[in-house]
Ligand binder design. Structure first.
Ligand code: BLA
Length: 243
């Protein structure tokens, strides 16, 4: 269901950058779960280039039971621009939840002006996809912008509205990156290193997907996937507590 979204992302990235594959830890690139008749596969891709230090995306295909496309793009630490976050989920025939955002690393006004305000015209055009839903797992004021797309929707809207909105957001993001000035100031760079790391920590601790992964692929695989691939810069709680 979200394959055209994945293909579009790949075309844009491969067309603009010299991408190199990043290794995905052994066993995490692909998995298949056979629970009765509902087979589920999970596959992930990871690339980098000089402007983008980690581009990762994952597709879960459990047929009619679940279709998920999830991605985070982390710019190089020389850029303070937001992370690009994508989370499109379909469960069964009915439940479709889509989230798309430029995930801010900082919250000052200047940052907002530079990197978030440019999203407004697109956000306004796709008002139907910005539903101001309440967040249960995350804090909407942390790592989410005020112009995120966040909607409970249906298949037709995914094709007719989300797809063009997605194309516009991705193109804007890549244009923004193109125009951004990489910093060479070690302090700026350290500030971005910390902010991206905090994002991983925050996300690893809150990610509502760990239950989903565990149910398909077991707890142990799920933990590894979360900490060794999705949010590899997060320190697992047990380690942080010195256990
Ligand atoms: C919610 N994301 C969810 C949910 C799941 C995932 C299972 C809960 C859906 C429900 O309400 O039943 C799934 N999250 C995943 C998957 C991965 C993952 C499969 O990290 C990894 C492969 N989530 C993101 C990114 C964004 C994001 C990058 O990973 C930003 C665009 C947003 N997901 C997001 C939000 C919600 C969500 C805002 C709703 C959570 C809430 O209500 O607090």
């Amino acid at each position: 269901m979200y394959q055209p979204f994945r293909e579009f992302l790949e075309q844009e990235l491969f067309g603009r950058f010299e991408l190199r594959s990043c290794p995905i830890p052994e066993g995490l690139e692909y998995n298949v779960s056979d629970r009765g008749k509902n087979q589920a596969t999970i596959r992930s891709w990871c690339y980098q280039c000089s402007e983008l230090r980690k581009i990762r995306y994952t597709y879960i295909d459990a047929g009619e039971t679940a279709q998920v496309f999830n991605s985070v793009i982390y710019p190089s630490h020389h850029y303070d621009i937001p992370l690009l976050g994508i989370d499109f989920l379909t469960f069964g025939k009915k439940k479709i939840l889509v989230v798309l955002d430029f995930q801010p690393l900082f919250r000052d006004r200047d940052y907002q002006e530079r990197y978030i305000e440019p999203m407004k015209p697109i956000r306004d055009k796709y008002d139907d996809l910005a539903q101001n839903l309440e967040m249960k797992f995350y804090d909407a004021n942390q790592y989410f912008s005020k112009y995120l797309l966040f909607a409970k929707t249906d298949e037709e809207t995914v094709t007719k509205r989300l797809f063009p909105a997605y194309q516009e957001y991705i193109r804007l993001y890549l244009e923004m990156l193109d125009l951004a000035n990489p910093s060479t100031d070690p302090e700026d760079i350290q500030r971005v290193v910390r902010a991206q790391k905090d994002y991983d920590q925050y996300s690893a601790e809150r990610d509502p997907a760990s239950g989903l992964f565990s149910s398909y692929f077991g707890r142990e695989w799920s933990e590894r996937f979360l900490h060794e691939f999705l949010f590899e810069d997060a320190v697992p709680l047990a380690v942080a507590a010195g256990k």
